[in-house]
Design a protein around this ligand. Sequence first.
Ligand code: PLP
Length: 368
Amino acid sequence: MIRPTRAVEAIPATTPFIGPEQLMRETGRRELVRLGANESAFGPSPRAIEAMRGELTRLSWYGDPESLDLRDALAKKHRCSPEQIAVGSGIDDLMGLAVRAFLAPGDAALSTRGTYPTFDYHVVGYGARPIAAQYLDDGTPDCEALLSLARRDAPRIVYLANPDNPSGRFIARAEIQRFCAALPHDTLLLLDEAYADFVDEEELLPLAFEDRLIRLRTFSKAYGMAGARIGYALSSARNVATFQKIRLHYGVNRNAQVGALSSLYDEEFRRHVVAETALARADYYRVARALGRSYIESRTNFVCINFDTAERATRVMNELLARGVWIRKPGAPPLDAYVRVSAGTEPMRRAFESALRAVLAGAQVEVP
Ligand SMILES: *Cc1c(COP(=O)(O)O)cnc(C)c1O
């Protein structure tokens, strides 16, 4: 009999992300206001678009399997060597490499229950054992709880997103430094910094290229290239060499390489996106306050708004979808009472606000 591995067979047939395209098929809508996946509403850099357009005719070629031009440019940016950088088709891909490289079947891997799900998705897929700490009541990942589980259960990898998704919370440099230092010395910290580009560099953990630390960055968020699928890992040359052994050598497409490289040289555009994103967050805070809702101050390109119970937050999400506005909500407590809305352009935010006002004015969701 042909069977998948026991680990894979045990996985329930669920999809980690239901995409807006599927929701459009299900609701019969031709368009949605896309505020559910923390994609950039501000697009890729015009310079990146131009470079990718110019490169289109060369799509008949494979990309450089070493992504060396991009790694050279990234090495300058991060003041390190290209040997300390691995490029992959997004953080999601690189997380899979880390899990495959460092976790044997049955090994424990620690994260926060309800955080960005792809890490656990890989852990389960490779037959390792996910364990989790809870969020603090205010939605911040609980470093103390992570540390005590790390000491008790000796996971090979600890995953932490900072800034965090879905909370938007950010753990300050000094605390992350303490956290790193306090982790058992043979534990690998997989630090997901998908939203690092929205935070000042001086606030982030200082760059260090050690075996026990892998930091993950992406062009999907501030650089607006989610559909191109490209991201990178910063770590020791040894870990990068390990990734080299198992990564898909043509997994990063040529257009993404070209676009990412041009984006890096368009710092003015990144700053523009970061400023627009801050305006969008402030706008959502205002909407939440006007509706008598609390929210979490975010350091990312999304905001969580509190609807007090998971049932009510789910209803708000579903009724917004019925009005053509696509958002998501966190799945685990304490954040499951919130909805999460991505930074949109001004017209997208107005569409969100008026749909939300209509939903709350309707009979289904009582306003306080
Ligand atoms: C969006 C996101 C990712 C996915 O990044 P890709 O580079 O697009 O794979 C990873 N981690 C977090 C926390 C995210 O929010």
